[in-house]
Design a protein around this ligand. Structure first.
Ligand code: FAD
Length: 464
């Protein structure tokens, strides 16, 4: 009788799960999730831990329905998997690959050690559209610019998703692990439905409305984007499923083909981030352009705290930071604005912002988060040029013209008319009074002058 162990990591789903599908051909299957305590791995942030807890519960139920037990352990990966494989009597082990340098090293060590113990170990492709080494420039190098990466990727054959394995129902396990409730867990729960079924439903609901995506995706007050990011982060849905379902939808609705293609090009940014994660030194700590090591970042703890709490006096920045705190998510356009404000106007090291996002985002992703922060800070490979410094007031006026996003997340400004909602400190006294606002008391004055700090950033970065 053959016995297969499947080690699940960032792939908490049954369908299109190559490792699970391969394991399911054995007579008996055991699934394992490890809360890994290895020092080299980046510990998961608090909001993502909340998501993970619920995602594992959902996965355990789904696995039980096909007769597979999910064992959840905490400890160093190698010792834990070795022990579980032994206790179960596994003769084969499967997992889907991960791409961060430290995780790859760890997986390679575990693979050779298990093989040394006589087990058959197979790693599978399951978390990106194309393996990072299977896409390269004409010169055989990794890509460093997105547009040519996308032009190549969009015409590559993307493997078709696999069906979920079927099996015999069994009892589900408890998956409490070492999870501790972060105190804002209740708030987060109001905004999300977690698990594989929810992820697939989300995609279908989004595709029904995809026509609004190309224009609406930049408007933070509109729910025009898919909000699939945390589902993709934990692999409740695979990028290949998103790709093929979207293309099939476009085939059935040719008038939506352009909108679907725009959406898939954004999805391709995720693969591009993983491409960078795989090919570069630790992208969460090492600037991809080495000269950025020379930036003299400011030590400004009070300003950092004002940014984190959404108390900078710049309405769109404060709205974004408060959306993040309340929901574990922030709209992409606003992520760019708050990141630019931190790294450029405040001249605070982007790594501090990246760490805050890492702890607060439910979609905190080890490729997308650092790659995007480096993109905004200017140190990324295909980064926004250093002299492009967003003005958060004019950006707010452009993308949140009516001020609906600001009114929702900064309710103390709700009474202001459109023309001043993005610059309350400049509003006439009677307008402020009518709206019940006292600058410096009910809402802060801007913590920095945007013009001066723009110049400071240009000097600091331009001189490198
Ligand atoms: P949609 O527009 O519906 O896009 C669909 C999917 O494509 C997303 O779920 C995501 O997987 C991928 N995607 C879209 N835009 C990008 C992008 N610019 N870069 C990489 N992938 C993209 N995304 C994360 O998933 N995790 C992060 O930790 C993260 N941190 C970010 C930090 C900063 C400073 C910035 C500027 C962006 C960050 N992003 C991150 C990228 C992007 O903001 C989110 O993926 C997007 O807002 C998620 O919303 P959505 O699923 O509705 O996106």
């Amino acid at each position: 009788m053959s016995k297969a162990l499947v080690w699940l990591r960032n792939d908490l789903r049954l369908s299109d799960n190559p490792a699970l599908a391969a394991a399911a051909t054995a007579d008996q299957v055991q699934a394992l999730y490890i809360h890994e305590t290895d020092g080299n791995l980046r510990p998961i942030g608090a909001a993502a831990r909340w998501w993970l807890h619920h995602s594992l519960q959902s996965l355990a139920r789904d696995l039980a329905a096909i007769g597979v037990d999910l064992r959840v352990e905490t400890g160093p990966a190698q010792a834990t998997i070795t022990e579980v494989a032994k206790a179960f009597g596994a003769d084969e082990v499967h997992w889907n690959r991960r791409y961060a340098p430290a995780a790859r090293d760890l997986d390679a060590t575990i693979k050779s050690s298990l093989r040394g113990d006589g087990l058959a170990v197979t790693s599978h492709p399951g978390n990106v559209l194309v393996e990072p080494w299977d896409i390269e420039t004409g010169q055989g190098k990794p890509y460093s610019v997105f547009t040519p990466f996308w032009k190549t990727l969009r015409d590559m054959p993307i493997a078709r998703p696999l069906p979920a394995p079927s099996g015999n129902a069994r009892k589900s396990q408890s998956v409490d692990g070492d999870y501790r409730q972060p105190h804002w867990a209740k708030k987060l729960a109001a905004h999300w439905t977690i698990g594989e079924t929810a992820a697939l439903d989300r995609l279908d609901d989004f595709l029904d409305e995809v026509a609004a995506y190309p224009e609406g995706r930049d408007v933070p007050a509109k729910p025009a984007t898919s909000r699939l990011s945390p589902h993709l982060r934990f692999g409740e849905i695979s990028p290949r499923q998103v790709w093929h379902r979207s293309r099939a939808f476009a085939h059935a609705h040719p008038e939506q083909a352009a909108a679907v293609e725009k959406f898939l090009s954004e999805l391709a940014w995720r693969d591009f981030s993983y491409h960078q994660l795989y090919h570069r030194d630790d992208i969460a700590t090492v600037p991809m352009q080495p000269k950025y090591e020379g930036v003299k970042w400011r030590h400004a703890p009070a300003q950092l705290a004002a940014w984190q709490r959404g108390q900078t006096g710049i309405p769109i920045v404060d709205a974004g930071m408060r959306e993040l705190w309340e929901t574990g998510y922030m709209h992409n356009r606003v992520r760019m604005l708050v990141a630019s404000f931190l790294a450029k106007n405040l001249l605070i090291d982007w790594r501090q912002g990246e760490n805050w996002f890492w702890d607060c985002l439910v979609d905190a992703d080890e490729a997308n988060n650092p790659a995007s922060w480096q993109w905004v800070a200017g140190s990324g490979l295909d980064a926004a040029p250093y002299f492009r410094i967003f003005n958060p007031v004019t950006q707010g006026e452009r993308f949140d013209g009516a001020g609906d996003y600001v009114r929702r997340w900064v309710p103390e400004l709700a009474g202001l008319p459109e023309r001043v909602i993005h610059k309350p400190a400049e509003a006439p006294a009677d307008v402020l009074e009518q709206a019940g606002i006292t600058i410096g008391r009910t809402y802060p004055a801007p913590i920095v002058d945007l013009k001066q700090t723009r110049q400071r950033a240009l000097d600091a970065i331009g001189d490198l």
